[in-house]
Design a protein around this ligand. Structure first.
Ligand code: 13P
Ligand code: SF4
Length: 374
């Protein structure tokens, strides 16, 4: 995604206090009623998530977004690719707003559509290699459309395994983009050995792979990652176990494979929240995911010990760009008839991307599925 420019807020918003922001957002919500639906991803800060009509992981929010046929506007408190998906999964009568346009995702930016097309062309030239392209939803609409065009699908961390299993009914190789870690963790959990996975580096000619390595691989992993989850290490796992062996380690599958191997459990944000909610009082949890989620879960379960796996703040800075002031500004503008920060996908891209998104939505289970269980 090109970096989108978010102009500074009008001066009237700069010095607003938390109480006034809350009062005014609540008043706007009452005024709009069901015409405006606010969706909030679990990584949003408390000052924003409390206004969400629905919260969830990427999969749940895609499902809920797709159901909002009665709303006039969806205000997406999350990042750009989530707002794009909501736009593509709803009709043209539902307008999607991202309160701060600079809330992107560095992982999504690691799969540029031109690089993806180049990789595809190269692979086609390597005698008979035609993988099934799978993209994590953390990707641009253009990459999703590419997958739709070439018989592939989207997935989230909640259903990556089901989608990769489906992909292997369609072909004998998978190209997994853009998160190499989610791809590796998922394929490994399915029993695919590490030596049958190769990393495609879009910065190097021919992905940095010989034709022989490409032919021998079952899974081609795009060289992308999440900078937040890349901060979790095996050393932190060792240290926490040394500190207190009663700690259970639960991590997001965007963490490196080595970390997931050391963890007791791995799954999406929804899976992490549900697991800790249902755990015994007195249980202890070290959590490898974004800090706002960890702090909120800790606050909601005072009878359990919940802390970050890392001793440092693992913060998604782009999710953090959505704050109460931007949310209030977007709602105020809407109330005066100005649609600001609309996220729109062109019709051709939407048509192709929806094919991949619908395959993703066809592989949903009632409960979030773990990538790894103890
Ligand atoms: P989930 O909420 O789907 O687990 O995804 C985490 C994430 O990084 C969203 O960008
Ligand atoms: Fe992107 Fe990582 Fe932030 Fe998720 S946590 S939005 S993958 S940068």
């Amino acid at each position: 995604m090109p970096i989108l420019f978010q102009p500074p807020l009008p001066p009237a918003y700069r010095d607003l206090g938390a109480e006034e922001i809350e009062r005014r957002i609540r008043a706007r919500k009452r005024e709009f009623g069901r015409r405006v639906v606010i969706l909030g991803h679990h990584y949003q800060q408390d000052e924003v998530i409390r206004f969400a009509d629905f919260t969830g992981d990427s999969l749940k929010l895609s499902q809920i977004g797709a159901q909002q046929t009665q709303a006039e506007h969806i205000v997406f408190c999350g990042v750009h690719f989530m707002a794009e998906s909501a736009d593509m999964l709803t009709g043209p009568e539902v307008k999607v707003i991202l309160p701060d346009l600079s809330a992107g995702c560095s992982m999504a930016d690691m799969a540029d559509i031109d690089d993806v097309e180049d990789a595809w062309d190269y692979l086609a030239g390597v005698g008979g290699v035609q993988p099934v392209p799978i993209t994590y939803v953390n990707s641009s609409a253009a990459v999703k459309a590419f997958c739709g065009r070439h018989g592939g699908a989207c997935c989230t961390s909640s259903n990556a395994r089901a989608i990769v299993e489906w992909a292997f009914t369609q072909g004998d190789k998978v190209l997994f983009m853009p998160d190499q870690h989610l791809g590796r963790n998922t394929a490994y959990a399915m029993g695919i050995p590490l030596d049958r996975m190769v990393v495609w580096d879009p910065q190097i000619v021919a992905g940095g792979l010989t034709a022989e390595r490409v032919r021998g691989a079952r899974v081609l992993l795009w060289k992308g990652h999440c900078s937040v989850h890349g901060l979790f290490t095996t050393r932190q796992c060792d240290e926490i176990r040394k500190l207190d062996p009663a700690f259970q380690i639960i991590v997001h599958p965007e963490c490196p494979w080595e970390v997931v191997q050391k963890a007791d459990l791995a799954g999406s944000t929804e899976f992490i929240i549900k697991t800790i909610r249902e755990a015994d009082p007195g249980s202890k949890w070290a959590v490898g995911t974004e800090v706002h989620l960890v702090n909120r879960v800790a606050k909601e379960h005072p009878n359990k010990t919940v802390r970050s796996l890392a001793g440092i703040q693992c913060l998604c800075t782009t999710m953090y760009r959505i704050d109460g002031k931007h949310l209030l500004w977007a709602l105020d503008e809407l109330a005066t008839g100005h649609l600001v920060n609309q996220v729109r996908v062109d019709e051709q891209t939407r048509r192709e991307a929806v094919v991949a998104l619908e395959r993703m939505l066809a592989h949903v289970t009632a409960q979030p599925v773990a990538i790894k269980r103890a």
